[in-house]
Design a protein around this ligand. Structure first.
Ligand code: ACO
Length: 402
C-alpha cells in the first residue's frame, strides 16, 4: 500500500516563500540595505559619499577586498587590470558568428562563459591565486567585450584597448572611436559614467547576484557563474528595466506625450502595463541611487547642452505617480533605472547597450559575492525545496493503450 502521509512527512517542514520575499539565503558582510529608510552602504560606506568622492575601481577594490585601498594597493590593482584588457584574438571570432542584430547582453553572457575555455586555470575555485587572476581578468575584459559587442552591432572594426587610459575612458574610446576619427573624451561624460558604475556596483541578494551565488555554490568557475548572472540581469524586471524605461518614454512621446492616459493604463493594469523604473522589492521609499541619478541626469544633459523631451516626460510621470494613490499606497518610487537611460542616451549609447552598462557596473558586486560564498566555511550547495502539486502515483500505460 501506498502511504501518502509518509510521502508528505518525508519532505519535512518546508516553507513556501514565493520570490524569496522573506527568506535570507546567505549571511553577507558586503552591502547594507535598509529599504524602509532608503539607505545603501557598501562595506559600511554610504553610497552618497562613494558616488561623490570615490572612483569605480576604488569601489570595486573595496567591495571585493573589504576595505578602502591604500595608495599603493589601488595603484597595483589598477595596474593589474590595465595589463589584462586585451582579449585573445580567437575571442574576436565569436563575434563573427553572432547575427548582426544580436542583443549585446546575449553576446556578453556567451563570451564571458567562453572565457572559461581560454582560462582553464580558473576551474578550481579553491585556488586563491587563480581566483585573484579570474577577478582581474573579468574586470579588465568585460569593458572590451562590451565595446566589441557594440562595434559588431554597427558593423565597425573593433578598437583595441589602450593602456594609458583610465577604466572608463578606455571603455568609451573602444566604444565610440572609429579609425577615421578618434573619440574626444569629455570629462563630464567620463565622470558621470564612473558615478553610474559606482551606483550599480552591488545591491545585495538581487536576482542576478543570487544567480551568481547559486551557480557558484555548485563550485562552477567564476566565468560560468558571472555569465549566468549576466543572463539573469537581462530580464526587464531586473537590469533590462533601463532599456524598457526608455522604450516606455519613447512610446509616450510617440503618443503625443500623453502622460495621463499612460498612468491610467498602468493603474487599470491594461495588458500588464507597468510604470517601468518604478517599484522595488526591498525599497519602500525613495531608492537612494535614484536621487543621485536624477540630479546627474540634469547635470549631464545641461553640460552636454542637450535638451531631451523624454526627460520632461519622465519628470511628469514621476510627479504624477508620487501624488497618486495607486503608487503611494503600494510604496512605488523611482528606482535606479528610471533616469539612467536618459543619461546613457545623452552620452550616445543606443538603447540596447543600457543593460550592458548595468552589467559593467554590477560586475565587482558579483565577484565580491562569489568570493564571499566560496570562502564561507561550511558553505553548501544552493538547493531550494518545493511543494509538490502533481499526481501522486499513476501506473504507466503503453502508448497504444492511451
Ligand atoms: N507599475 C505599476 N504597478 C506596479 C509596479 C510598477 N512599476 N511595480 C509594482 N506594481 C504593483 C503590482 O501590480 C502589485 O499591485 P497589486 O497589489 O494590485 O497586485 C504591487 O505593486 C506589488 O508588486 P509586486 O509585483 O508584487 O512587487 P515585486 O516586489 O514582486 O516586484 C519589481 C518588484 C519587479 C521591481 C516591480 O516593482 C516592477 O515590475 N517594476 C517595474 C520594473 C523595474 O523597474 N524593474 C527594475 C527593478 S530595480 C533593478 O533591478 C535594478
Amino acid at each position: 500500500g501506498f502511504d501518502i502521509g509518509k510521502l508528505r512527512a518525508n519532505t519535512g517542514l518546508v516553507t513556501l516563500d514565493s520570490g524569496y520575499g522573506n527568506t535570507a539565503a546567505y549571511k553577507s558582510a558586503i552591502t547594507y540595505l535598509d529599504g524602509e529608510q532608503g539607505i545603501l552602504r557598501y562595506r559600511g560606506y554610504p553610497i552618497e559619499q562613494l558616488a561623490e568622492r570615490s572612483s569605480f575601481l576604488e569601489v570595486a577594490y573595496t567591495l571585493i577586498n573589504g576595505d578602502l585601498p591604500k595608495v599603493d594597493e589601488l595603484a597595483d590593482f589598477k595596474n593589474e587590470i590595465t595589463q589584462h584588457t586585451l582579449l585573445h584574438e580567437d575571442v574576436k571570432r565569436f563575434f563573427d558568428g553572432f547575427p548582426r542584430d544580436a542583443h549585446p547582453m546575449a553576446m556578453l553572457s556567451s563570451v564571458v562563459s567562453a572565457l572559461s575555455t581560454f582560462y582553464q586555470d580558473s576551474h578550481n575555485p579553491f585556488d586563491e591565486e587563480q581566483r585573484h587572476l579570474s577577478t582581474i581578468r573579468l574586470l579588465a575584459k568585460l569593458p572590451t567585450i562590451a565595446a566589441y559587442a557594440y562595434k559588431k552591432s554597427i558593423g565597425h572594426p573593433f578598437v583595441y584597448p589602450r593602456n594609458d587610459l583610465g577604466y572608463v575612458e578606455n571603455f568609451l574610446r573602444m566604444t565610440f572611436s572609429v579609425p577615421a576619427q578618434e573619440y574626444e573624451l569629455d570629462p563630464v561624460v567620463v565622470s558621470a559614467l564612473d558615478k553610474l558604475l559606482i551606483l550599480h556596483a552591488d545591491h545585495e541578494q538581487n536576482c542576478s547576484t543570487s544567480t551568481v551565488r547559486l551557480v557558484g555554490s555548485s563550485q562552477a568557475n567564476m566565468f560560468a557563474s558571472i555569465s549566468a548572472g549576466i543572463s539573469a540581469l537581462w530580464g526587464p524586471l531586473h537590469g533590462g528595466a533601463n532599456q524598457s524605461v526608455l522604450e516606455m518614454l519613447e512610446g509616450i512621446q510617440a503618443n503625443g506625450g500623453d502622460v495621463d492616459s499612460f498612468i491610467r493604463k498602468v493603474k487599470n493594469k491594461e495588458d500588464g502595463v507597468r510604470l517601468m523604473g518604478f517599484g522595488h522589492r526591498v525599497y519602500k521609499s525613495f531608492d537612494p541611487r535614484a536621487k543621485i541619478i536624477k540630479a546627474a541626469a540634469h547635470d549631464v544633459l545641461s553640460a552636454l547642452g542637450k535638451s531631451d523631451e523624454l526627460l520632461d516626460i519622465a519628470l511628469k510621470l514621476e510627479e504624477h505617480a508620487l501624488s497618486d494613490e495607486y503608487f503611494v499606497s503600494r510604496n512605488l518610487y523611482p528606482n535606479v533605472d528610471f533616469y539612467t537611460g536618459l543619461i546613457y542616451r545623452a552620452m550616445g549609447f543606443p538603447t540596447e547597450m543600457f543593460t550592458v552598462l548595468f552589467a559593467l557596473g554590477r560586475l565587482p558586486g558579483w565577484i565580491a559575492q562569489w568570493h564571499e560564498m566560496i570562502k564561507e566555511p561550511g558553505s553548501r550547495i544552493g538547493r531550494p525545496r518545493q511543494i509538490y502539486t502533481g499526481e501522486v502515483l499513476r501506473d504507466f500505460v503503453p502508448v497504444e493503450g492511451r
